[in-house]
Design a protein around this ligand. Structure first.
Ligand code: NAG
Ligand code: NAG
Ligand code: NAG
Length: 136
């Protein structure tokens, strides 16, 4: 019985130490282990827990997500609306990466109409090329 209590007390102390060491992303830290116990691929830089290069903090700050076109092993590591394809996080269909690669955003209507415009131009060029050939 005494042994059991002793083990319990030790476990509780260890648990408290583990909790005390954990610092959320964005929180004040002294060493990187403060950050990595909470989020893998994080580090303590300028006394703040941040994600390492190529990673970005999830909105709830619970983990570091793989940025667009960075290496991954599974989709759960990627940004929202991205999928791990050929070991790289790629934005899903109809989503496009932000310039900084930290988000996959809905492809804007502007982009869609731009693509349609290019397609229309190519088609019209193709037909005018055919037209010219017929004349010559
Ligand atoms: C960071 O880790 C160190 C070493 O384990 C610990 O002494 C310190 O209390 C931790 N800091 C925070 C804010 O948890
Ligand atoms: C992903 O990165 C590689 C180089 O690391 C580059 O060649 C490729 O074009 C990028 N893909 C996209 C979709 O941006
Ligand atoms: C994009 O990601 C958000 C956040 O995870 C999710 O709520 C939404 O359903 C996703 N959209 C699509 C089309 O998958």
């Amino acid at each position: 019985m005494a042994k059991l209590i002793e083990v319990s007390v030790i476990s509780l102390v260890l648990l408290c130490v583990a909790v005390a060491e954990g610092v959320q992303l964005g929180g004040a830290c002294t060493v990187s282990t403060n950050c990595t116990t909470v989020a893998t691929n994080s580090e303590c830089t300028s006394k703040t827990c941040r994600c390492v290069a190529g990673y970005v903090a999830k909105s709830d700050k619970a983990k570091c997500l793989v940025m667009f076109n960075e290496t991954c092993t599974n989709t759960a590591e990627c940004l929202p609306n991205a999928t791990c394809t050929s070991n790289h996080c790629m934005c899903n269909m109809n989503f496009q990466p932000s310039d900084d690669g930290m988000e996959c955003n809905v492809a804007t209507a502007l982009t869609t109409s731009f693509i349609l415009l290019i397609a229309a131009m190519l088609v019209s060029r193709f037909f005018s090329a055919l037209g010219l050939e017929n004349v010559i």
